[in-house]
Design a protein around this ligand. Structure first.
Ligand code: ADP
Ligand code: MG
Length: 275
């Protein structure tokens, strides 16, 4: 039995660093891939950037459940308003039987794009959870990384309910800690990985202490940090940082950090439990 259920993590060969031994019993297409949900109560904490890079590193499918513009779908280069079809909405409305087909472009994560109408769709958390579970089966062992809308929404709740691991970026700040505390209370007992996010060279000691305190809870874990990379805000490329060809020193440094978080998430999903 594994902490994250029947986890199959593909694409780890892209992750540099200590190699992971993935038991053959949970590799391959017979089991569903790991579901990793990136969520936080606040916006602007680095969810979308992290989800995009994790999906790229793990060679997973990125499901964009954030219905507001300027998210992963936009970053990838897809405009839902210029397309006649809304694959995510269609698939959710049809139920678990019809998985959408991921969009593919070189050096970007495979994507199920979002649509603004998701916000008002007549669906609930259970429907989203059932679909995600079924899609993770249908995509033959690939990891599924889900980016979410900040704060409370049934789509976020469904994605958290079904997640093998909930990944929560936490930048320095009092309100960021308060929002994370509230989220941990709401999802007490869920497997959660806190990711110190957008971390400046000298982060406040009180913030570090607060994060360490939060990670004392048995189901809460702490990932290696993602530094503040100011150039990321101005970056115009749609390619993932972790897949950028001819990358320079600063890109490689950021890529190594995202890879380290992916490795930590994978390790947690493969840790044997005693139950
Ligand atoms: N590590 C980082 N360093 C600096 N800026 C970052 C970092 N990660 C994300 N950003 C920037 O912060 C802003 C919010 O990031 P985003 O990933 O969209 O957060 P969220 O999805 O939580 O709203 C974006 O402009 C993004 O480019
Ligand atoms: Mg976002």
């Amino acid at each position: 039995m594994y902490a994250c259920g029947c986890a199959a993590i593909r694409g780890l060969d892209r992750v540099r660093g200590p190699s992971l031994r993935i038991p053959s019993s949970i590799r391959g297409s017979a089991v569903r891939g790991t579901l990793l949900t990136v969520a936080a109560q606040k916006g602007g904490v680095g969810k979308t950037t992290l989800a995009y890079e994790l999906a790229a590193v793990l060679d997973g499918v990125l499901v964009d459940l954030d219905f507001h513009g300027g998210g992963a779908t936009n970053l990838w280069g897809f405009d839902p308003m210029s397309s006649i079809r809304a694959p995510l909405l269609d698939a959710l409305e049809h139920g678990p039987g019809r998985p959408p087909r991921p969009k593919h472009r070189p050096n970007r994560p495979d994507l199920i794009p979002s649509h603004p109408d998701l916000s008002a769709a007549r669906l609930d958390a259970e429907a989203v959870a059932d679909c995600l579970e079924a899609w993770a089966q249908a995509w033959q062992g690939r990891s599924v990384i889900i980016d979410t809308h900040p704060g409370a929404h049934w789509s976020t709740d469904g994605a958290i309910q079904v997640a093998d691991l909930v990944i929560v970026p936490v930048p320095p700040g009092r309100r960021e800690i308060a929002a994370t505390e509230a989220m941990l209370r709401e999802y007490e007992g869920f497997p959660i990985l806190l990711v110190p996010s957008i971390v400046p060279p000298s982060p406040p000691a009180r913030w570090i202490a607060a994060l360490q305190e939060l990670a004392q809870a048995p189901s809460v874990h702490l990932a290696p940090p993602i530094s503040e990379h100011r150039w990321l805000r101005r970056r115009m490329l749609a390619t993932a940082v972790t897949r950028q060809t001819r990358s320079g020193t600063r890109t490689q440094r950021a890529a190594r950090e995202y890879q380290a978080v992916a490795r930590r998430a994978a390790q947690l999903c493969l840790t044997p439990t005693t139950t």
